[in-house]
Design a binder for this molecule. Sequence first.
Ligand code: PLP
Length: 426
Amino acid sequence: MNWQSEDQKYVWHPFTQVKTEKSPLLITHAIDATLIAADGKKYLDCNSSWWVNVHGHGNENISDAITEQFHQIDHVIFAGVTHPKAIELAKRVCENLNNNLKKVFFSDNGSTAVEVALKMSIQYWHNRNENRNRIMAMQGAYHGDTFGAMSVGERDCFNVPFEPYFFNVDFIPFPSKEEERTILEQAEELLKSNAYCCLILEPLIQGSAGMRMYSVEFLNELTKIAKKYQTLVIYDEVMTAWGRTGKLFAFNHSDVQPDIICLSKGLTGGVLPLGLTIATQEIHDAFLSDEKAKAFLHGHSFTGNPLACAAACASLDLFEESETWINIEAISKRNELFYQKIKNHPNVSDARFMGTILAIELKESNNQGYFSEKKEIAYHYFLENGLLLRPLGNVIFINPPYCLTEAEQNYIFEIITKFLNQLNEH
Ligand SMILES: Cc1ncc(COP(=O)(O)O)c(C=O)c1O
C-alpha cells in the first residue's frame, strides 16, 4: 500500500494547511525517545509527541498495565457504574496533589478537562443562587479547541471564524517582570466587583504561546487576590504537570493552590487519551441537592475508560521511582547549561528554561507569530537531521520524554546550534 497517497486521499490532519504543506512523515514504530519512519530513518521525539509522552515510547510497565486491564474490563459506562482502576487513579492523584483538591471528574483530553472546569465553576455559582457571570483569563492563553476552552484562550488567527460565538472574557495582560505590579492592581480592580465566577490560568508557563514563562510571585499574588474575592481559581496544568517544570505539578513551585485543576497529556504517560478535572470538596458539595437538575449533568462516552486509567496508574508508579526524578533533574541541568551557552547567540532574541522545557526565540525582523517563515525552515532542517522538533512560530523548544539519554540531548543541542549558526544563509 502507498500509505502517503492513501493518507492524502482519506485523512484530514490537524493544524495543517493541506494545500501548501509537505505530506506528513510516515512513522511506523517508536521506542524510548526515538520514532522510526517507514523508510527506517530515526527521529528523536524532541516534543514528546505533542507534549504527552513523558516516560518514552513502548514503556513496558504501561504496556503490561494496559494488557492486564484489557483482560479484566476494557470499557464500561461511568454513570451508575464504577470500577477499581478509576477509583485507584482518583485516590492516587488526590494524594499526589496533597492539598484540598478532593473530587475527580473524568473526561478524555485537555480541552474537555478545561470545558468541565469552566462548566463546574459557572454551575457552582448558579447552584448557590449567586450572580457571578464574568470570567477572567490571561492574554496569550491556550486552553484547547472546544468552544469554552477557545473563549478563554487568545483571540488570534486560530479562531477568527468562531469569535462571534465566544462568551465574554476579561483578559489580563501577560505579566512581563516590569508590569507585574500594574497588572495585579488592574486585576484586583476588576475582581473586587465580586462579579467573577472564575479565573483560569496556565500556571507559570503558557505553552502554545511559545513556552512563555512568568514568575512564581505573580502566580502567588494573583491567586491570592482572586481568592480574596471568592473567585474560583482554575489552574490548567494540562501541559505543565507530570514533572515538566521539574516538580510533579507547576503549582508545587508556589505557596498557593487552585480550587480546580485540569490534567491530561502526560497523565497516562501519553499513550491513551484521558482528562481529569479535580475540584475542592466545597465545589463538589454545591452540586448536592434534592433537585436532580443541580447535579453536574455532563459526561463523555469514554469517561473513566479503564485502559486509560490503568495506563495512568502505571505512570504514577513510574513517578514513584527515583530514576524518573534523576532523569528529570539531569535533563533540566543540561537545559540550563545549554541555555547559558545560547542565550546571547546573535540569532536568538530570547531564551528561557524551566525543568525539562527549554525554549529559544529566534530573532525576526517582522513578527509573523505562529506563521513565522522560520518555523518551516527550522522544522525541515531538524527533520533532515533526525529530530522531530515542531517549533511554535519563531520559538524552537524541546520538552522531551524523560528517558532521553545524555548523548541524545547533546545531539539535539548540537543540531540546534548548527541551525542557529547557519540561519543567516537563508
Ligand atoms: C495548557 C493546555 N490546555 C489545554 C490543552 C488542550 O489539550 P488537548 O489538545 O488534549 O485537547 C492544551 C494542549 O496543548 C494545553 O497546552
